[in-house]
Design a protein around this ligand. Structure first.
Ligand code: GLU
Length: 510
């Protein structure tokens, strides 16, 4: 019987989610849903020094925002709980001890000072940071170099120690990556990684293998930066006797800086003025705020779509995909091997397309909150929707709606009179005077009727329509933007239109 597909996203709670992390979530999610499988979220918090309070909550909130929620997690529970590695601490040691017994790992008692002395002593120009490996372990204080009696004595006395993997010399280790095909490593190039730390916590290497095994993970997808760790993991799967159960691996390409040179970092975002985090993240260690896509006004649909095609396509020219379509069309075989350049302008293009594509009610409440934050309380829901429909083509980010539409609900504070003044004259002033009078008696209040009256008055005064529309816009909107002036007047209503003309006339003066 085919095994049920089970994938996992295994973040370390060391900070907010970078867009590369969300893309890993997305590809995991798509694969799981496509195969009717389970998507597990496991918190890898064994490195207590790097633990950042709030990071775990951030991850959950982020997955909720993008709509990629796990089936099992510390928050959602599940049959393989606990899903937080720090809560599984007790189960790791036995496996590390088993490896020592088998001769695949050893106790190492070297103190930090001794490790430093080793690095000093063996440092050469070709090898500036010597590693604890097959060539040096014979000179260090470990169970390979010490007598059995001494080792037991040290252990009995509770001497601080770690357990290290004993990497074999000159073996070629191979596995087949779903995206890259066969990948080979020379075991001599890998150091004897610590598996169990002095505090009894496993390192990532040991914990990831034990948990992927015990949580019955069938496919493990992660970023390319983890590829160098693969030989250690391969050996652990083998030494623990679980080789047959090893998940199929896929290592996703990096997300690159816009110029393609190197991995995209938070610093690139700061330097070039775009977010690299999914949501705002405030690092509690230094209170520094990193801006996120959500707060900048991105729709989750657009964010997901943009990430999906950052390193994948379906083999056609299609760029816009809904989550449902992605679940149907995604395939790991079409994930590119090379890194994908991040392009912020393209990210915004996706957002603009999704604003136009989705029904207003999908994002209306986000925009309403933005208005409220800026002091505008929406009372007339119907008018609000009509306004949003009218201006949505002009908005790239959800935050643009405030600039593009606040004047529908609140008269502009300052008018750009400078753009009207040079061509202003008494005739124009009179025109608006008469217009405001006539508007009071206009029975039908709609764009067509207002435009007809405007035209008729302009003809009477012998002024070209083109000369009058700009001042009208400045009076209603405050600046040179927005949809057709007659649509604006229709929506803001008779009284307000007349009031703004009067205020405009007095601001422009003569
Ligand atoms: N804890 C690792 C991380 O923070 C997980 C790597 C993996 O998926 O194996 O990315």
């Amino acid at each position: 019987m085919e095994k049920k597909v089970r994938v996992r996203f295994a973040p370390s709670p060391t900070g907010g989610l970078h867009l590369g992390g969300v893309r890993t979530v997305l590809y995991n999610y798509l694969f799981a849903k496509q195969h009717g499988g389970d998507f597990v979220l496991r918190i890898e918090d064994t490195d207590q020094n790097r633990y950042v309070p709030g990071a775990e909550e951030y991850i959950f909130e982020c997955l909720k925002w993008v709509g990629l929620e796990p089936d099992e997690s510390p928050l959602h529970g599940g049959p393989y709980a606990p899903y937080r590695q720090s809560e599984r601490k007790e189960m790791y040691r036995q496996y590390a001890e088993q490896l020592v017994k088998q001769g695949n790992a050893y106790y190492a008692f070297d103190t930090p000072a001794e490790l430093e002395a080793m690095r000093e002593k063996f440092r050469t120009e070709e090898n500036p940071s010597p590693q604890y490996n097959h060539s040096l372990r014979g000179r260090m204080r470990n169970s390979l170099t010490m007598s059995e009696d001494e080792v037991s004595r040290l252990l009995k006395e509770g001497t601080p120690h770690v357990i290290r993997i004993k990497m074999p010399e000159n073996e070629t280790l191979t596995f087949t990556d779903i995206i890259r095909g066969e990948v080979h490593f020379n075991s001599s190039l890998v150091d004897d990684k610590v598996l169990l730390k002095a505090d009894g916590m496993p390192t990532y290497h040991l914990a990831v293998v034990i948990d992927d095994y015990s949580m019955k993970i069938t496919h493990a997808f992660r970023g390319e930066e983890w590829l160098p760790s693969a030989p250690v993991h391969l050996l652990l799967w083998k030494y623990l006797g679980w080789e047959q159960e090893m998940p199929q691996w896929a290592h996703f390409p990096l997300i690159l800086k816009p110029d393609g040179h190197g991995k995209l970092s938070k610093r690139d975002g700061d330097r070039l003025g775009f977010p690299v985090f999914a949501m705002n993240w405030k690092d509690p260690r230094n209170e520094e705020l990193t801006h996120g896509f959500r707060e900048l006004g991105f729709l989750p649909e657009a964010f997901i779509n943009m990430l999906a095609v950052l390193g994948w396509n379906d083999g056609t020219e299609q760029e816009l995909f809904s989550l449902e379509e992605l679940v149907n069309k995604f395939s790991l075989e079409n994930v590119h091997k090379g890194g994908a350049k991040f392009n912020y302008e393209k990210a915004k293009w996706f957002n603009h397309e999704w604003i136009k594509k989705l029904p207003v009610d999908r994002w209306q409440s986000t925009v309403r909150k933005e208005f409220e934050k800026n002091g505008i309380i929406i009372k007339d829901e119907e008018k609000f929707i009509r306004v949003l429909e009218l201006v949505k083509d002009r908005c790239t980010l959800l935050t643009d709606f405030f600039t593009q539409a606040s004047f529908f609900f609140k008269a502009p504070e300052a008018l750009d009179v400078a753009s009207v003044k040079p061509k202003w004259n008494e005739d124009k002033s009179m025109f608006f005077d008469i217009l405001s009078e006539k508007l009071t008696t206009l029975e039908e209040w709609n764009a067509t009727a207002i435009e007809a009256l405007f035209k008729e008055t302009a003809t009477e005064k012998g002024i070209k329509m083109g000369e009058l529309q700009l001042p009208f816009r400045i009076m209603l909107v405050g600046g040179k933007f927005g949809p057709t002036v007659f649509d604006i007047a229709a929506l803001i209503g008779k009284e307000e239109t007349i009031a703004r003309i009067r205020k405009g006339l007095s601001d422009i003066g003569l």
